[in-house]
Design a binder for this molecule. Structure first.
Ligand code: A2P
Length: 268
C-alpha cells in the first residue's frame, strides 16, 4: 500500500473542478483517493456522483462513483478499480495530490437507508469495489441507530483486495462518533475466492449453503427482520438477487421502500 499526500499545485481550473488531496494504492488493481468537497454538496450515505477527467477531445469523461466517505466528512473519498485500457481509470489511476478531477455535484442512487423498510438486521453484500458505498454507510450513525445488527459480507479474489474494507471495518469501534454503537452490532465476514484465507467462497454460495449463518452463529434470512444492500458486478447483483428473492425479500426503491436494494459497482 502506498500513500501520496502533497500540497496543491496550480493547474488550469476545470468546470466543477475539485482538487485531489491524497491517493492510496492498495494493489495493482485498486486505489482510493480523496478530494475537496464542494461546500454546497449534500448527499445521503450510499449515493453516487459522476466524476472524471477532461477527455482528449475536450469533453468531460465521467463515470458513476459511489461516495465512500461519510456525509459529515469535509472531504470526499472514492475507491476505484484500475482497468488497464479503461477510458477513465487508465488515466485516473495516475492522479496525484494537487491535481484536479471533475465532479458533478448531483448525488443520486438507491443504496440508501430510506429505500428500506424498518428491520432488525442489515446485510451489506459487496464484491470488489462494491464496498465503497458501504464505507460511507458504515460511518453513518443512522445505520447503527436503525439496526440491531449489521453484517458486512465482502468477497474479493485475493486477500490484498480486502484491505480497504478491512481497514475501515477494523477502525469502526474506535470511531468517536459511532464506536460505542458499533461494538455489539457489527459482524464482518470477508471472503476470498482465488486465494486461501480464513473464509473462502462467493457470497451467493455461502448464503445458499448456509455456511455464513453457521459460521456467524445467526439465524437464516427472514424477510420479517432482514434488510439487504447489494453492490457488486452485474453478474453478482443478478445472482444475489435470486438468493434474496428466494428467501422472501423484495426489491425496494426511494419511492417504494422494501427489503433489499441494489446498485452496480463501478464498471469501466
Ligand atoms: P470468483 O473469483 O469466483 O469469480 P471481480 O474481481 O471479478 O469483480 O470479482 C470480485 C469477487 O466477486 C470475486 O471473489 C468473484 O468470485 C466474485 N463474483 C464474481 N461474479 C460473481 C457472481 N456472479 N456471484 C457471486 N460472486 C461473484
Amino acid at each position: 500500500m502506498t500513500d501520496q499526500t502533497a500540497p496543491a499545485k496550480a493547474t488550469p481550473t476545470l468546470p466543477d473542478a475539485q482538487t485531489v488531496t491524497s491517493v492510496t494504492h492498495y494493489t495493482d488493481r485498486l486505489f482510493a483517493f480523496r478530494c475537496t468537497r464542494p461546500q454546497s454538496l449534500r448527499f445521503r450515505s450510499g449515493e453516487f456522483v459522476m466524476i472524471g477527467l477532461m477527455g482528449d477531445n475536450g469533453k468531460p469523461l465521467l463515470r458513476a462513483y459511489s461516495i465512500a466517505s461519510p456525509s459529515w466528512d469535509e472531504e470526499l473519498e472514492f475507491y476505484s478499480i484500475k482497468v488497464p485500457d479503461g477510458p477513465l481509470t487508465s488515466r485516473l489511476q495516475h492522479i496525484q495530490p494537487g491535481e484536479q478531477i471533475i465532479l458533478r455535484p448531483k448525488p443520486v442512487g438507491t443504496l440508501v437507508l430510506d429505500a428500506l423498510l424498518p428491520g432488525k438486521r442489515l446485510w451489506m453484500l459487496a464484491t470488489g469495489t462494491g464496498i465503497a458505498p458501504f464505507a460511507s454507510l458504515l460511518r453513518d450513525p443512522e445505520t447503527w441507530e436503525k439496526y440491531e445488527q449489521v453484517i458486512v459480507m465482502h468477497t474479493c479474489r485475493e486477500s490484498a483486495e480486502l484491505t480497504y474494507g478491512r481497514d475501515l471495518v477494523t477502525a469502526l469501534p474506535d470511531d468517536p462518533l459511532i464506536g460505542e454503537l458499533v461494538a455489539d452490532k457489527l459482524l464482518y465476514y470477508p471472503c476470498t475466492t482465488r486465494e486461501e484465507s480464513a473464509h473462502m467462497g462467493r457470497i451467493t454460495d455461502n448464503m445458499t449453503s448456509g455456511k455464513v449463518f453457521a459460521d456467524l452463529g445467526i439465524a437464516p434470512l427472514d424477510p420479517a427482520i432482514d434488510r439487504a444492500m447489494v453492490c457488486g458486478s452485474l453478474a453478482f447483483n443478478l445472482d444475489i438477487k435470486k438468493v434474496l428473492v428466494s428467501a422472501g425479500l423484495s426489491e425496494g426503491a426511494n419511492s417504494a421502500p422494501a427489503e433489499y436494494v441494489v446498485e452496480k459497482a463501478f464498471v469501466d
